[in-house]
Design a protein around this ligand. Structure first.
Ligand code: NI
Length: 200
């Protein structure tokens, strides 16, 4: 046990409060989801974008070139990928057929501000455009090609779940390990991190 009994009790109370808060949000989320698919995704993103921004904000400005392994992206490259993927993926989903673009995954941002600005731009783009996709269009097939060959052919809703949402959460978890190894404080996300509990 890292904490004494008193601290453990406080921790349990904080966690219980968090769960109550989550239930309220989940209830809202379900009510929204009934309206349509895009609104449900936006309700989910309402939580997830805030958490993701906190991860990006913790980036140490003097470690953008750091990488955990020679095959890994640098911290700056990974953070910039997280910051831009929402806009890049949703742009693809707005067309019925797209050639897979280069997402500039190797772009090395100059500073943390460039990462946060890109994330803000992504967020605004998603908030403005995702709600425009009605359920009928969500169920229509989307085709992604590379050099003319079909890479993916699937309903738009499945593409958005996998390549927009799950992809974002995957990289955010990965980035949490980067933050830990760079000596930064790791934000809580699903439960406490080693540095903080969900209510701060
Ligand atoms: Ni990726």
């Amino acid at each position: 046990m890292l904490f004494g009994p008193a601290l453990a009790e406080i921790g349990a109370a904080v966690y219980a409060a968090y769960i109550i808060d989550s239930k309220e949000r989940v209830m809202n989320w379900e009510a929204d989801s009934i309206r349509n698919i895009a609104t449900g995704m936006l309700a989910e993103l309402d939580r997830e974008l805030g958490t993701t921004r906190r991860f990006l904000e913790r980036t140490p400005g003097d470690k953008l070139g750091w990488r955990p392994h020679e095959k890994s992206k640098t911290a700056g490259q990974l953070a910039f990928h997280i910051a831009t993927l929402l806009k890049g993926v949703l742009t693809l989903a707005l067309s019925d057929e797209s050639e897979l673009p280069n997402f500039r995954e190797e772009h090395q941002p100059a500073d943390v501000q460039e990462i946060l600005s890109a994330f803000n731009e992504s967020e605004q783009f998603v908030l403005k455009n995702l709600a425009q996709i009605d359920d009928a269009r969500m169920h229509q097939t989307l085709k992604i090609t590379r050099d003319g060959s079909v890479l993916m052919e699937l309903p738009r809703v499945a593409f958005l779940r996998m390549v927009l949402l799950n992809h974002l959460y995957h990289h955010r978890g990965q980035y949490g390990v980067y933050l830990r190894l760079m000596g930064a404080k790791v934000p809580s996300s699903y439960g406490p991190s080693g540095d903080e509990s969900p209510l701060g």
